[in-house]
Design a binder for this molecule. Structure first.
Ligand code: S3P
Length: 227
């Protein structure tokens, strides 16, 4: 199958992408773990939900509180495919909470784990992957994201993001309102650099966002319903 032209969706418009990333072709739908219907057999998926397949991994990037994990999980439930949260994966593998990894071994140690896990996410069955907000900081990670999958940037303002985070102590790098605004602004060009699709999340709910992302992935030929 010829690879469709890579486009960036931005509020319905699209732009050509600068790299030549190609589809890997449709291997089977991932059912490793994740959203409630990603765990059980197809008969557990309600009739409104579909069983879909992904042609390549889909990475959700964006600031803390953008809704990466919630949207990825909701989409996984809607489509009967796997979702993996990188931070939870790191916590399980390392046996510690993210904040303890930061406190005990520092950010550099966490970023090394993050890069290792990100690489692993590009192998195996394609899934919906929610990344930590700082995944774009390393040029190496940005290259992995661009080459290894389709990247959805969930865009959010720092103030709205902060209001969505119920326990800020779980986010060692969030800081106060001013610090969060500064960090979000500094990272914006990095998120944009890796994004195949940009979705503005302001004022939108998780379900609406999941439907919006689903429609983008379908248009791109990344996601389709299993026959
Ligand atoms: C981080 C975001 C967090 C987590 C860690 C660092 C960041 O993930 O990876 O605390 O640098 O923005 P979420 O974006 O899921 O909160």
């Amino acid at each position: 199958m010829a690879a469709p032209e890579k486009r960036r969706h931005e509020s319905g418009s699209s732009k050509p992408r600068r790299d030549g990333a190609k589809h890997r072709g449709g291997s089977g739908g991932a059912r490793k773990q994740g959203g409630s219907c990603g765990k059980g057999p197809a008969s557990h998926v309600s009739r409104e939900r579909e069983i879909c397949e992904l042609s390549r991994p889909v990475f959700f990037v964006g600031f803390m509180g953008a809704g990466k994990t919630s949207v990825s999980r909701r989409l996984a439930r809607l489509c009967g495919i796997a979702s993996i949260d990188m931070d939870s994966y790191i916590e399980r593998r390392d046996g510690r909470r993210i904040r303890d990894i930061f406190a005990e071994d520092g950010e550099g140690f966490f970023r090394d784990l993050e890069t290792q896990v990100l690489r692993e996410m590009t192998q195996g069955e394609p899934a919906l992957i929610s990344c930590g907000g700082g995944v774009v900081l390393r040029p190496e990670n940005r290259a992995i994201l661009r080459e290894g999958g389709f990247v959805v940037f969930l865009k959010v303002g720092a103030d709205e993001a902060k209001s969505r985070i119920s326990d800020p102590s779980t986010r060692p790098l969030l800081g106060d309102a001013e610090a969060a605004r500064k960090t979000n602004a500094e990272r914006l060009p990095l998120y944009e650099e890796v994004a195949d699709a940009v979705v503005d999340t302001s004022g939108k709910g998780v379900t609406a966002l999941a439907y919006q992302v689903r429609s983008i992935l379908r248009k791109e030929g990344i996601l389709w319903q299993r026959k």
